[in-house]
Design a protein around this ligand. Structure first.
Ligand SMILES: O=P(O)(O)OC[C@H]1O[C@H](O[C@H]2O[C@H](CO)[C@@H](O)[C@H](O)[C@H]2O)[C@H](O)[C@@H](O)[C@@H]1O
Ligand SMILES: O=c1ccn([C@@H]2O[C@H](COP(=O)(O)OP(=O)(O)O)[C@@H](O)[C@H]2O)c(=O)[nH]1
Length: 734
């Protein structure tokens, strides 16, 4: 494997030009702060936007800028002011950000934004292609670049591409409102591995993929043409050691070196030793629930007035996306709220809220974390929230209480924190009281658990887990046991075919020779297929069988005039040389009376499903139902049927979006083996796509060439991607 290329909109440093000099300022925000540790410890290149627009960049500084970035292991993607407007402030932060954080009313669906987003994603993809080679591993980050994986895939089909979403993925009901929802999903599916912070985001994503693209999803694998895309959750950690060491150094140096902020915090502590400091740090973003938090603080002071002058709320709100109107409104709202509450409640000795609207250097963050008795973080929705983790990591004596919104991704891993619903003021007021009065022993015991976990699952482990999962995918660590039909294998098959004296071919129909259709009757053979089968049929010393679960009436209509050999209903009926269908197996049908009403009751309760009645079997089809609901009902039906069929000699077959009840002694494998015994064949091939074809793959002798259509777990030796490939393969013989 080559080097790792990290791609995100924001680089770990932002460049600014003042008086002809280039200043590199560390970026704020969890993606940059978290990934920075991963980047610095590795041989990686980080590609992103420098923070400067093309218009801001004097041509004579171009070289210096590249050098400044290179020094930090970075390379830039140039964006014009117009592109930044449409791509970053527009589609990323006025469409996707509010939508994915459930602020539907803020989400703007502007075609211009979307067009610029696409163009800029293309720029990022081109930059990746330019700066990487085929064997590099590409790790794309976040919602600003959701189309990049597919754009890179088109040019680099074999490169390993991972994608990580740092923000929540919304439920299908919300995501479906996006006019470009399919394109976004397709963009993401260019990846080999897609990571989310939590299982909830992962399952929302899978649900959208199933419902909007109709793709097959099995556990956390998505099957798309010739690829399997893995989806998993990897909760991002922090650079635990960095925060812990910084806090220890801070403690050790407290007598020799103190920042101005720390001096102010200390003097406050000295003047009011009983007063508790409550800290909140966030980018100034509506998703962080800052305004609600301030209201909840007022509510708390009114509910428990005994805490007036005994608590102080420090709010560090970091300027963010200030070109977006909602952020400007929020800034005004918070300014006013803080002003009003301080004005109403302050006393000569006490200002309830200290409010900072700025970004602070790392050293000052440590001052705040280590000096605060309580961290109070109340996002209304937050992908992860690293501040919560950073606060805990700096508590070297293990004291301190974390109050955390259950809407933050980090809440899933931080059960020992006091978890609250940010919309519940009553609960928050009580929780604040509980935090203020929490005995030290309890604080230490809770934080011990939290710290141990954060130390173990730190950002390095997080990144390694993601990269290892990606690597495993690349090395074919999937569950497949079949091989792709490579050129060499195909040539070998050709040779065997030519050399053979007697050949026997079994071809499944639906999903193998033709694609699926909502109405199975419409998946009829086309001219190309007829002509292909005709040619195979006419080959000397070749016996061709169409082998299907379909009923004999349909196959009779389609293929009897052609005199193809056919085995239908999984092996109940056989027709050779255009003769009428004959029973191949003796089967019972009395059980059908008992099972039919059960299936019909499932049809009534599952819109879109229907029952197909064959001579000796009953099939419940659910291809046209809501995919999640259909699967759920299929599981239910399986349980019901298993208990019903008990001692009867019947079994349930789980096909591709169909459950079929039929006699146990009938299956394609048994039928194929019977045909094999009719002559001495020295070339046997079976091709099929679903579960019912596995009987053939299992029961035919080892020497048989067995081929699965699509990438799924199988007993077949080889696989091909789709029906088109099957036809291409058959054309070689014809
Ligand atoms: O780049 P900006 O527009 O200034 O925004 C800063 C970052 O905000 C978001 O951070 C997210 O990532 C964190 C780490 O995974 C996570 O803890 C947090 O919940 C997320 O909101 C955004 O996703 C990044 O792309 C931005 O760079
Ligand atoms: O003045 C500040 C305030 C915060 N942060 C960092 O910004 C990140 C915020 O990440 P979080 O996941 O909490 O939220 P995000 O802003 O990414 O949504 C944390 O690593 C903070 O240490 C910073 O660098 N400077």
């Amino acid at each position: 494997m080559g080097k790792t290329i990290i791609i995100s909109n924001r680089l770990p440093i932002q460049l600014q030009i003042s008086n002809g000099n280039i200043d590199a300022i560390p970026s704020v925000g969890g993606l940059a702060t978290g990934m920075k540790s991963v980047h610095s410890g590795n041989e990686s290149l980080w590609v992103g936007w420098s923070g400067l627009t093309q218009e801001d960049t004097p041509p004579e500084l171009e070289k210096d800028i590249d050098e400044a970035l290179e020094k930090n292991g970075c390379a830039k993607v140039n964006l014009s002011a117009e592109e930044v407007e449409g791509f970053y402030f527009g589609f990323s932060n006025r469409t996707i950000w509010p939508l994915f954080h459930y602020f539907l009313e803020y989400s703007e669906f502007e075609l211009d934004f979307w067009n610029t987003y696409r163009e800029v994603n293309r720029k990022f993809a081109d930059a990746i292609i330019e700066k990487s080679s085929e064997d590099d591993v590409i790790w794309v980050h976040d919602y600003q670049l959701m189309l990049v994986p597919q754009m890179v895939r088109e040019k680099r089909p074999n490169t390993s591409i991972g994608f990580f979403l740092h923000i929540p993925f919304p439920s299908y009901e919300i995501f479906r409102t996006l006019p470009w929802r399919e394109e976004v999903l397709q963009g993401l599916l260019g990846s080999d591995l897609i990571g989310f912070h939590t299982y909830d985001y992962e399952r929302h994503f899978l649900s959208s993929v199933r419902r909007l693209l109709g793709l097959e999803v099995s556990f956390n694998d998505i099957y798309l043409d010739n690829r399997v895309i893995k989806v998993d959750s990897f909760p991002m950690g922090i650079d635990y050691k960095k925060f812990k060491t910084a806090a220890q150094d801070h403690e050790q140096n407290k007598n020799t070196h103190k920042s101005d902020l720390q001096k102010r915090l200390d003097s406050h502590k000295a003047s009011a030793p009983d007063t508790k400091l409550i800290l909140s740090i966030d980018r100034l973003d509506y998703s962080k629930g800052i305004a609600k938090r301030i209201n909840a603080f007022e509510y708390f002071l009114n509910k428990y007035p005994e805490y007036k002058e005994k608590v102080r709320l420090i709010i560090l709100a970091v300027p963010s996306r200030s070109n977006v109107p909602q952020y400007q409104l929020l800034k005004r709202e918070i300014d006013e709220l803080v002003g009003r509450i301080n004005g109403e409640l302050a006393t000569v000795n006490w200002t309830p809220i200290w409010y900072f609207y700025r970004s602070l250097p790392f050293e000052n963050l440590i001052d705040l974390y280590t000096s605060s008795d309580i961290a109070w973080l109340t996002p209304l929705r937050d992908g992860m929230n690293l501040v919560a983790k950073e606060y805990i990591a700096t508590r070297t004596d293990k004291t301190g209480v974390l109050i955390l919104s259950e809407m933050a991704g980090s809440a899933y891993e931080m059960n020992e924190a006091l978890l609250i619903n940010p919309n519940n003021f009553e609960e928050q007021a009580d929780t604040l009281k509980r935090a203020i009065t929490m005995p030290e022993e309890e604080q230490k015991s809770r934080n011990t658990f939290l710290q141990n976990r954060l130390e173990r699952y730190n950002v390095e482990v997080w990144a390694n887990e993601f990269m290892n999962a990606l690597k495993q995918k690349k090395e074919g660590g999937d569950d497949f046991i079949s091989q792709k039909l490579s050129k060499d294998i195909l040539q070998d098959i050709d040779k065997k075919y030519t050399k053979a004296k007697k050949r026997l071919l079994f071809l499944d129909y639906d999903g193998t020779l033709v694609g699926f259709h909502k109405d199975p009757q419409k998946a009829s053979p086309d001219d190309e297929l007829y002509s292909l089968l005709d040619q195979l049929q006419q080959q000397e010393n070749t016996t061709l069988f169409l082998i299907s679960g379909r009923d004999k009436q349909t196959f009779g209509r389609w293929f009897l005039p052609k005199k193809y050999n056919m085995i239908v209903e999984h092996g109940v009926w056989i027709s050779t040389d255009g003769d009428d269908f004959k029973l191949l197996e003796k089967v019972k049908d009395e059980w059908m009376e008992k099972i039919r009403p059960v299936l019909e009751s499932f049809v009534d309760r599952t819109p879109g499903s229907f029952v197909e009645e064959k001579n000796y079997s009953l099939a419940w089809h659910y291809r046209n139902t809501d995919p999640d609901f259909g699967e759920k009902r299929a599981n239910e039906l399986n349980t019901v049927l298993t208990s019903l069929i008990g001692n009867d000699d019947i079994s349930v077959l789980n096909g591709n979006k169909v459950m079929e009840v039929k006699s146990s002694n009938v299956n394609k494998g048994r039928a194929a083996v019977r045909m094999l015994g009719e002559d001495s064949y020295d070339f046997v091939m079976a091709i099929g796509d679903d579960w019912t074809d596995e009987f053939m793959f299992q029961e035919l002798p080892d020497s048989a060439i067995t081929i699965k259509v699509g990438l799924k777990k199988t007993q077949a030796k080889y696989h091909v991607e789709n029906t088109k490939r099957v036809r291409e393969l058959l054309k070689r013989f014809a």
